[in-house]
Design a binder for this molecule. Sequence first.
Ligand code: BGP
Length: 487
Amino acid sequence: MRKGFPDNFLFGGAIAASQADGAFDQGGKGMDTQDLRYFDAAWTKEERADKKNKRINHEKFQKALNDKDHEHYPFRWGIDFYHTYKEDLALMEELGLRVFRTSINWARIFPNGDDEEPNEEGIQFYIDLFTECHKRGMKVFATILHYNIPVNLVLKYGGWKSRKTIDFYVKYVEVLFRRLGTLVDFWLPFNEFNAGRFNPYNGVCLVPDEEEDFDNAVFQCLHHQFIANALTVKKAHEIIPNAMVGGMIARFTTYPATCNPEDVMQMIHDDQYSNFFYTDVMVRGYYPEYMDRYFEQCGISIKKEPGDDKILAENTVDFVSFSYYMSLVSTVDQDWEKTSGNLVTGNKNPYLKSSDWGWQIDPIGLRISLNQMYDRYHIPVFVAENGLGAYDSVSEDGQVHDPYRIEYMKAHIEQLKEACIDGVDVLGYTAWGIIDIVSCGPMEMSKRYGVIYVDLDDRGCGTGQRRKKDSFAWYQKCIRTNGEDLA
Ligand code: BGP
């Protein structure tokens, strides 16, 4: 029996380009789809929670294209990581991170997505960034697409609706593999594959009111992404010896609300449609049978080309990964109390506490998820994201005291360790938003995940100064003792 974490377990931290980098119009970068998301710092908490304020539509999309009022577009400024990455990585080295996850911005490599030649300045940025990670003792976990594609691909081709986007994407990844292949340890073609369904603008870059049959368009885009994912696996294996390419979902672990068999059946369906469909295709290499019935019932018909099934079957991922923040409850009872969460609104679990944003905190759910994933696929599993979004503030003593975050991380890492003892082959754990960044869903800076505080507010105003929170020392000790000292 294993006793705990494997030696030198890959404790790490994660961020994403659009939420951190800023410099949206520098270094030859083109406009990307996240640069167009509008936010108003004057919105009240209720207005921020109201999805209609945040949801993009045709009108907002068009207005954003020419809007020079950058304050309302937080993904244009992020935390300026593009310019500060050296200092930030120095802090991460001090923290002891063994792996650093970030995403590559497609529009930095191909500003328009369909350019003939890549942008050398963009490539050089990633060579420098990843070299710096290695110099500071960190492996690199690179997400190839974390929600943002060059806007031009949406305007000219309809984004992921078009098969042409598969070709542009494959051309993009080929450049990455040839130029950055030796600098990246883990490749992730798509962040949270199931986001295409739960947050289609982020996941597949569709503008809802521009579609005649929205649900069908979503699944068509997802099919194109599945093919792009498989072709990426193929290219990586051809170009980079021993490449490790993963598949990822946002894991919505769900429990039946009661032992009523109807609730249990509902749980199975929720798990299939929200979670396993995506990993089943990427890991097993084919569309699972249960989706035939689902597609029939929902009137979904996907256009596939001859050869698609073969591409999926022959190019499955090397590891599976997920983000884990919360769990949900499945029930047929329509009146069950609701709660919010990342990308989804779900049923409330009376046994769990929630974060300030209503996400249900469930450390044991992480162990459950790891066991479920490993039982199902028996390939290595990576926890690509986990963390607590909270309001932090600088106290009078100049420190940021965040005992709630320490409590959250401790409880989850304890369960991660249990999963290792259960025998799950866990490759690593990258704590989400290791340094404060613009939050993805609400787009506010005030929802912070970091163990490093960044002095910026919801308007992007502030000194940008970095400050270690109490959780910094806690995570540092956790890593130094390889997860043995979690006190
Ligand atoms: C995941 C995304 C991240 C992220 C995280 C936390 O779904 O991959 O980009 O930010 O959720 O969500 P939020 O920032 O909305 O709190």
